[in-house]
Ligand binder design. Structure first.
Ligand code: GDC
Length: 336
Protein backbone atom coordinates (compact mmCIF):
# COMPACT_ATOMS: atom_id res chain seq x y z
CA UNK A 1 0.00 0.00 0.00
CA UNK A 2 1.26 3.48 -0.87
CA UNK A 3 1.24 5.53 2.35
CA UNK A 4 2.77 8.75 3.64
CA UNK A 5 3.79 10.00 0.19
CA UNK A 6 3.35 13.34 -1.54
CA UNK A 7 1.40 12.57 -4.68
CA UNK A 8 0.32 14.77 -7.58
CA UNK A 9 -2.76 13.61 -9.47
CA UNK A 10 -3.29 15.40 -12.74
CA UNK A 11 -6.80 15.03 -14.14
CA UNK A 12 -8.09 14.67 -10.59
CA UNK A 13 -11.39 16.30 -11.51
CA UNK A 14 -12.08 13.55 -14.02
CA UNK A 15 -13.60 10.10 -13.61
CA UNK A 16 -10.61 7.84 -12.89
CA UNK A 17 -8.58 10.70 -11.36
CA UNK A 18 -11.35 11.41 -8.84
CA UNK A 19 -11.55 7.80 -7.68
CA UNK A 20 -7.76 7.56 -7.48
CA UNK A 21 -7.61 10.71 -5.35
CA UNK A 22 -10.18 9.24 -2.96
CA UNK A 23 -8.28 5.98 -2.57
CA UNK A 24 -4.79 7.49 -2.15
CA UNK A 25 -6.15 10.01 0.32
CA UNK A 26 -7.81 7.27 2.38
CA UNK A 27 -4.57 5.28 2.31
CA UNK A 28 -2.84 8.15 4.14
CA UNK A 29 -1.07 10.19 1.49
CA UNK A 30 -0.77 13.93 0.93
CA UNK A 31 -2.50 14.76 -2.32
CA UNK A 32 -2.10 17.66 -4.70
CA UNK A 33 -4.85 17.56 -7.32
CA UNK A 34 -4.99 19.48 -10.59
CA UNK A 35 -7.44 19.64 -13.47
CA UNK A 36 -8.22 21.98 -16.36
CA UNK A 37 -11.88 21.88 -15.38
CA UNK A 38 -13.26 24.60 -13.11
CA UNK A 39 -14.35 23.50 -9.63
CA UNK A 40 -18.02 22.97 -10.52
CA UNK A 41 -17.17 20.31 -13.12
CA UNK A 42 -15.01 18.10 -10.91
CA UNK A 43 -16.70 14.74 -10.34
CA UNK A 44 -15.17 14.44 -6.88
CA UNK A 45 -13.64 17.20 -4.82
CA UNK A 46 -12.06 16.60 -1.40
CA UNK A 47 -11.50 19.26 1.27
CA UNK A 48 -8.25 17.91 2.67
CA UNK A 49 -6.50 18.06 -0.70
CA UNK A 50 -4.56 20.92 -2.29
CA UNK A 51 -6.82 21.45 -5.30
CA UNK A 52 -5.78 23.38 -8.39
CA UNK A 53 -8.94 24.10 -10.38
CA UNK A 54 -8.84 25.38 -13.99
CA UNK A 55 -5.16 24.50 -14.30
CA UNK A 56 -4.03 23.71 -17.82
CA UNK A 57 -1.21 21.19 -17.78
CA UNK A 58 -0.41 21.87 -21.42
CA UNK A 59 1.42 24.88 -19.96
CA UNK A 60 4.81 23.74 -18.70
CA UNK A 61 4.89 26.46 -16.05
CA UNK A 62 1.90 24.85 -14.35
CA UNK A 63 3.61 21.45 -14.58
CA UNK A 64 6.75 22.89 -12.98
CA UNK A 65 4.75 24.48 -10.17
CA UNK A 66 2.75 21.45 -9.05
CA UNK A 67 5.45 18.78 -9.44
CA UNK A 68 7.72 20.56 -6.94
CA UNK A 69 8.52 18.42 -3.88
CA UNK A 70 6.27 15.55 -5.05
CA UNK A 71 7.27 11.91 -4.61
CA UNK A 72 4.96 10.47 -7.25
CA UNK A 73 2.98 11.82 -10.21
CA UNK A 74 -0.11 10.20 -11.75
CA UNK A 75 -1.01 11.57 -15.16
CA UNK A 76 -4.71 10.78 -15.56
CA UNK A 77 -5.37 13.88 -17.69
CA UNK A 78 -6.40 13.99 -21.30
CA UNK A 79 -9.06 15.55 -23.43
CA UNK A 80 -11.16 12.50 -24.18
CA UNK A 81 -14.47 10.71 -24.19
CA UNK A 82 -16.32 7.81 -25.76
CA UNK A 83 -16.51 7.14 -29.49
CA UNK A 84 -18.86 10.07 -30.03
CA UNK A 85 -16.14 12.44 -28.85
CA UNK A 86 -12.87 10.92 -30.03
CA UNK A 87 -14.08 10.26 -33.57
CA UNK A 88 -15.06 13.90 -34.05
CA UNK A 89 -12.32 15.69 -32.09
CA UNK A 90 -9.03 14.23 -33.23
CA UNK A 91 -7.01 17.45 -33.12
CA UNK A 92 -8.18 18.14 -29.56
CA UNK A 93 -7.34 14.61 -28.47
CA UNK A 94 -3.86 14.83 -29.94
CA UNK A 95 -3.05 18.00 -28.03
CA UNK A 96 -2.97 15.96 -24.82
CA UNK A 97 0.52 15.04 -25.95
CA UNK A 98 1.54 18.41 -24.47
CA UNK A 99 0.29 17.39 -21.03
CA UNK A 100 2.37 14.24 -20.90
CA UNK A 101 5.43 15.85 -22.49
CA UNK A 102 5.50 18.89 -20.23
CA UNK A 103 4.76 16.82 -17.15
CA UNK A 104 7.64 14.47 -17.91
CA UNK A 105 10.02 17.37 -18.42
CA UNK A 106 8.89 18.93 -15.12
CA UNK A 107 9.18 15.55 -13.35
CA UNK A 108 12.73 15.21 -14.60
CA UNK A 109 13.63 18.71 -13.40
CA UNK A 110 11.97 18.15 -10.01
CA UNK A 111 13.41 14.64 -9.59
CA UNK A 112 10.11 12.79 -9.21
CA UNK A 113 10.56 9.23 -7.96
CA UNK A 114 7.92 7.52 -10.11
CA UNK A 115 5.53 8.51 -12.92
CA UNK A 116 2.26 6.92 -14.05
CA UNK A 117 0.70 7.37 -17.48
CA UNK A 118 -2.90 6.37 -18.24
CA UNK A 119 -2.90 4.94 -21.74
CA UNK A 120 -5.75 3.24 -23.55
CA UNK A 121 -6.80 0.16 -25.49
CA UNK A 122 -7.18 2.65 -28.35
CA UNK A 123 -3.38 2.33 -28.74
CA UNK A 124 -3.85 -1.14 -30.30
CA UNK A 125 -3.50 -1.86 -33.99
CA UNK A 126 -6.94 -1.40 -35.63
CA UNK A 127 -6.49 -4.21 -38.14
CA UNK A 128 -6.44 -6.69 -35.24
CA UNK A 129 -9.92 -5.57 -34.13
CA UNK A 130 -12.01 -6.10 -37.26
CA UNK A 131 -14.02 -9.14 -36.15
CA UNK A 132 -16.82 -9.24 -33.59
CA UNK A 133 -15.29 -11.86 -31.33
CA UNK A 134 -11.54 -11.56 -31.25
CA UNK A 135 -8.85 -13.13 -29.14
CA UNK A 136 -7.92 -10.70 -26.39
CA UNK A 137 -5.37 -8.09 -27.40
CA UNK A 138 -1.92 -8.89 -26.07
CA UNK A 139 0.43 -6.07 -25.21
CA UNK A 140 2.52 -6.82 -28.33
CA UNK A 141 -0.52 -6.20 -30.53
CA UNK A 142 0.08 -2.44 -30.38
CA UNK A 143 2.75 -2.92 -33.06
CA UNK A 144 3.13 -2.52 -35.99
CA UNK A 145 1.53 0.81 -35.10
CA UNK A 146 -1.93 1.52 -36.54
CA UNK A 147 -3.92 2.79 -33.56
CA UNK A 148 -7.25 4.64 -33.36
CA UNK A 149 -6.79 7.83 -35.37
CA UNK A 150 -6.13 10.94 -33.25
CA UNK A 151 -6.68 9.77 -29.68
CA UNK A 152 -4.94 6.39 -30.09
CA UNK A 153 -1.90 7.90 -31.80
CA UNK A 154 -1.50 10.33 -28.93
CA UNK A 155 -1.62 7.49 -26.42
CA UNK A 156 0.87 5.35 -28.31
CA UNK A 157 3.29 8.25 -28.80
CA UNK A 158 3.03 9.27 -25.14
CA UNK A 159 3.63 5.69 -23.99
CA UNK A 160 6.86 5.77 -25.96
CA UNK A 161 7.85 9.11 -24.56
CA UNK A 162 7.49 7.63 -21.06
CA UNK A 163 9.73 4.76 -22.07
CA UNK A 164 12.43 7.08 -23.36
CA UNK A 165 12.32 9.33 -20.33
CA UNK A 166 12.95 6.23 -18.26
CA UNK A 167 15.75 4.96 -20.50
CA UNK A 168 17.47 8.31 -21.00
CA UNK A 169 16.83 10.08 -17.68
CA UNK A 170 16.13 7.25 -15.26
CA UNK A 171 12.57 8.24 -14.24
CA UNK A 172 10.72 5.01 -13.33
CA UNK A 173 7.45 4.88 -15.30
CA UNK A 174 4.34 2.74 -15.14
CA UNK A 175 1.89 2.66 -18.06
CA UNK A 176 -1.61 1.12 -18.02
CA UNK A 177 -3.66 0.44 -21.13
CA UNK A 178 -7.20 0.85 -19.80
CA UNK A 179 -10.06 -1.10 -21.39
CA UNK A 180 -13.25 0.96 -21.22
CA UNK A 181 -13.50 1.84 -17.52
CA UNK A 182 -17.00 2.59 -16.20
CA UNK A 183 -18.77 3.35 -12.93
CA UNK A 184 -20.25 6.15 -10.81
CA UNK A 185 -18.88 9.71 -10.85
CA UNK A 186 -18.27 9.69 -14.59
CA UNK A 187 -19.77 11.31 -17.67
CA UNK A 188 -23.20 10.06 -18.71
CA UNK A 189 -24.42 12.77 -21.08
CA UNK A 190 -23.28 15.73 -23.15
CA UNK A 191 -21.34 13.81 -25.83
CA UNK A 192 -18.30 12.43 -24.03
CA UNK A 193 -19.98 9.47 -22.36
CA UNK A 194 -18.94 5.93 -23.19
CA UNK A 195 -21.31 3.06 -23.92
CA UNK A 196 -22.00 1.79 -20.35
CA UNK A 197 -23.06 5.20 -19.04
CA UNK A 198 -24.84 6.15 -22.27
CA UNK A 199 -26.87 2.93 -22.30
CA UNK A 200 -27.75 3.22 -18.60
CA UNK A 201 -28.94 6.78 -19.25
CA UNK A 202 -31.03 5.68 -22.21
CA UNK A 203 -32.68 2.86 -20.24
CA UNK A 204 -33.38 5.25 -17.35
CA UNK A 205 -35.01 7.71 -19.77
CA UNK A 206 -37.07 4.94 -21.37
CA UNK A 207 -38.31 3.87 -17.94
CA UNK A 208 -39.03 7.45 -16.92
CA UNK A 209 -41.01 8.20 -20.07
CA UNK A 210 -42.65 4.76 -20.30
CA UNK A 211 -41.00 4.45 -23.71
CA UNK A 212 -40.62 1.00 -25.23
CA UNK A 213 -37.45 1.63 -27.27
CA UNK A 214 -33.85 2.85 -27.08
CA UNK A 215 -31.38 4.06 -29.69
CA UNK A 216 -28.18 2.05 -30.09
CA UNK A 217 -25.15 3.13 -32.10
CA UNK A 218 -24.22 0.54 -34.73
CA UNK A 219 -25.82 -2.89 -34.99
CA UNK A 220 -25.16 -3.78 -31.34
CA UNK A 221 -22.97 -6.72 -32.28
CA UNK A 222 -19.69 -4.90 -31.66
CA UNK A 223 -17.84 -6.26 -28.59
CA UNK A 224 -15.70 -4.85 -25.79
CA UNK A 225 -14.40 -5.73 -22.34
CA UNK A 226 -15.49 -3.20 -19.70
CA UNK A 227 -13.84 -2.75 -16.31
CA UNK A 228 -15.51 -1.39 -13.18
CA UNK A 229 -13.77 1.60 -11.61
CA UNK A 230 -12.91 -0.04 -8.26
CA UNK A 231 -11.08 -2.83 -10.08
CA UNK A 232 -9.34 -0.25 -12.24
CA UNK A 233 -8.01 1.61 -9.19
CA UNK A 234 -6.80 -1.61 -7.56
CA UNK A 235 -5.05 -2.73 -10.76
CA UNK A 236 -3.52 0.71 -11.23
CA UNK A 237 -2.04 0.81 -7.73
CA UNK A 238 -0.70 -2.73 -7.98
CA UNK A 239 0.96 -1.80 -11.25
CA UNK A 240 2.38 1.36 -9.73
CA UNK A 241 3.98 -0.59 -6.91
CA UNK A 242 5.28 -3.35 -9.15
CA UNK A 243 8.59 -3.26 -10.99
CA UNK A 244 6.91 -3.65 -14.39
CA UNK A 245 7.60 -0.64 -16.62
CA UNK A 246 6.22 -1.57 -20.06
CA UNK A 247 2.60 -0.81 -21.05
CA UNK A 248 0.19 -3.40 -19.69
CA UNK A 249 -3.55 -4.13 -20.04
CA UNK A 250 -5.86 -3.21 -17.20
CA UNK A 251 -9.15 -4.77 -18.25
CA UNK A 252 -11.63 -7.53 -17.50
CA UNK A 253 -12.12 -11.00 -18.99
CA UNK A 254 -15.82 -10.46 -19.61
CA UNK A 255 -16.17 -9.81 -23.33
CA UNK A 256 -19.71 -8.76 -24.31
CA UNK A 257 -21.48 -7.29 -27.28
CA UNK A 258 -23.35 -4.01 -26.88
CA UNK A 259 -26.60 -6.01 -27.27
CA UNK A 260 -25.55 -8.25 -24.38
CA UNK A 261 -24.71 -5.21 -22.28
CA UNK A 262 -28.21 -3.80 -22.84
CA UNK A 263 -29.69 -7.16 -21.83
CA UNK A 264 -27.68 -7.06 -18.60
CA UNK A 265 -28.87 -3.53 -17.83
CA UNK A 266 -32.47 -4.55 -18.49
CA UNK A 267 -32.10 -7.64 -16.28
CA UNK A 268 -30.49 -5.95 -13.26
CA UNK A 269 -32.96 -3.07 -13.34
CA UNK A 270 -36.01 -5.23 -14.04
CA UNK A 271 -36.75 -3.25 -17.18
CA UNK A 272 -38.94 -4.99 -19.70
CA UNK A 273 -37.18 -5.70 -23.00
CA UNK A 274 -36.88 -2.50 -25.00
CA UNK A 275 -37.03 -2.37 -28.77
CA UNK A 276 -33.57 -1.52 -30.15
CA UNK A 277 -33.37 1.20 -32.77
CA UNK A 278 -30.00 0.64 -34.42
CA UNK A 279 -28.31 3.78 -35.70
CA UNK A 280 -25.78 2.62 -38.23
CA UNK A 281 -24.49 6.11 -39.05
CA UNK A 282 -23.28 6.85 -35.48
CA UNK A 283 -19.62 6.43 -34.35
CA UNK A 284 -18.85 2.75 -33.92
CA UNK A 285 -15.08 2.45 -33.48
CA UNK A 286 -13.51 -0.97 -33.85
CA UNK A 287 -15.69 -4.05 -34.42
CA UNK A 288 -14.32 -6.12 -31.58
CA UNK A 289 -11.94 -5.29 -28.74
CA UNK A 290 -11.05 -7.23 -25.64
CA UNK A 291 -8.26 -7.40 -23.16
CA UNK A 292 -5.89 -10.35 -22.91
CA UNK A 293 -4.99 -10.53 -19.24
CA UNK A 294 -2.32 -13.23 -19.19
CA UNK A 295 0.53 -10.82 -18.62
CA UNK A 296 -1.20 -8.75 -15.95
CA UNK A 297 -2.19 -11.89 -14.04
CA UNK A 298 1.39 -13.09 -14.17
CA UNK A 299 3.24 -9.93 -13.24
CA UNK A 300 0.73 -8.34 -10.84
CA UNK A 301 -1.17 -11.40 -9.65
CA UNK A 302 -4.27 -9.27 -10.26
CA UNK A 303 -7.58 -9.90 -11.97
CA UNK A 304 -10.90 -8.04 -12.08
CA UNK A 305 -13.50 -8.96 -9.43
CA UNK A 306 -16.64 -6.97 -10.19
CA UNK A 307 -18.79 -8.54 -12.86
CA UNK A 308 -20.77 -6.48 -15.32
CA UNK A 309 -24.15 -7.16 -13.72
CA UNK A 310 -22.94 -5.80 -10.38
CA UNK A 311 -20.98 -2.87 -11.85
CA UNK A 312 -23.73 -1.81 -14.23
CA UNK A 313 -26.32 -1.86 -11.45
CA UNK A 314 -24.18 0.48 -9.34
CA UNK A 315 -23.57 2.73 -12.34
CA UNK A 316 -27.26 2.77 -13.28
CA UNK A 317 -28.31 3.64 -9.72
CA UNK A 318 -25.83 6.49 -9.50
CA UNK A 319 -26.82 7.96 -12.88
CA UNK A 320 -30.50 7.67 -11.99
CA UNK A 321 -29.91 9.55 -8.77
CA UNK A 322 -27.98 12.27 -10.60
CA UNK A 323 -30.66 12.59 -13.25
CA UNK A 324 -33.33 12.90 -10.59
CA UNK A 325 -31.34 15.78 -9.08
CA UNK A 326 -30.88 17.47 -12.44
CA UNK A 327 -34.35 17.17 -13.90
CA UNK A 328 -34.14 17.68 -17.64
CA UNK A 329 -30.93 19.77 -17.52
CA UNK A 330 -27.55 18.46 -18.59
CA UNK A 331 -25.55 16.88 -15.82
CA UNK A 332 -23.85 19.42 -13.58
CA UNK A 333 -20.58 17.71 -14.51
CA UNK A 334 -20.89 18.12 -18.25
CA UNK A 335 -19.38 21.19 -19.79
CA UNK A 336 -20.89 21.16 -23.25
O1 GDC B 1 -17.95 5.01 -26.63
P1 GDC B 1 -17.53 3.61 -26.38
O2 GDC B 1 -17.78 3.05 -25.05
O3 GDC B 1 -16.00 3.54 -26.75
O4 GDC B 1 -18.32 2.70 -27.46
C1 GDC B 1 -18.30 1.32 -27.43
C2 GDC B 1 -19.26 0.80 -28.49
O5 GDC B 1 -20.58 1.07 -28.06
C3 GDC B 1 -19.09 1.50 -29.85
O6 GDC B 1 -19.13 0.56 -30.90
C4 GDC B 1 -20.33 2.40 -29.93
O7 GDC B 1 -20.79 2.62 -31.24
C5 GDC B 1 -21.34 1.57 -29.14
N1 GDC B 1 -22.49 2.33 -28.65
C6 GDC B 1 -23.80 1.98 -28.82
N2 GDC B 1 -24.60 2.92 -28.33
C7 GDC B 1 -24.07 5.14 -27.16
O8 GDC B 1 -25.20 5.55 -26.96
C8 GDC B 1 -23.80 3.89 -27.80
N3 GDC B 1 -22.97 5.86 -26.76
C9 GDC B 1 -21.69 5.41 -26.95
N4 GDC B 1 -20.65 6.16 -26.50
N5 GDC B 1 -21.43 4.25 -27.58
C10 GDC B 1 -22.46 3.50 -28.01
C11 GDC B 1 -13.22 3.73 -26.02
C12 GDC B 1 -12.77 5.17 -26.18
C13 GDC B 1 -12.34 5.63 -24.85
C14 GDC B 1 -11.32 4.69 -24.17
C15 GDC B 1 -11.67 3.23 -24.35
C16 GDC B 1 -10.57 2.25 -24.05
O9 GDC B 1 -13.65 3.22 -27.24
O10 GDC B 1 -13.81 5.93 -26.69
O11 GDC B 1 -11.87 6.94 -24.89
O12 GDC B 1 -10.01 4.97 -24.54
O13 GDC B 1 -12.15 2.94 -25.62
O14 GDC B 1 -11.03 0.95 -24.20
P2 GDC B 1 -14.97 2.41 -27.33
O15 GDC B 1 -14.96 1.22 -26.45
O16 GDC B 1 -15.23 2.18 -28.77
Amino acid sequence: MIKGKKILIVGAGGFIGGHLTNRLLNDGNTIVAADIKPKEYWFQDFDNVENHYSMDMKDINNCRLVTKKMDFVFNMACNMGGMGFIENNKAECMQSVLINTNLLIACKENEIKKYFFSSSACAYNKTKQQEVFIEGLKEDDAYPADPEDGYGWEKLFSERMCRHFMEDYGIPVRVARYHNIYGPYGTYDGGREKAPAALCRKVIMANKNSDDKIEVWGDGMQTRTFLYIDDCIEGTLRLFESDYSDPINIGSDEQVSINQMIEIIEAVTKTKKLKRIYQLDKPKGVRGRSSNNDLVKKVLNWSFKIKLNEGLKKTYDWIKEEMNKQGTNLSRFTKS
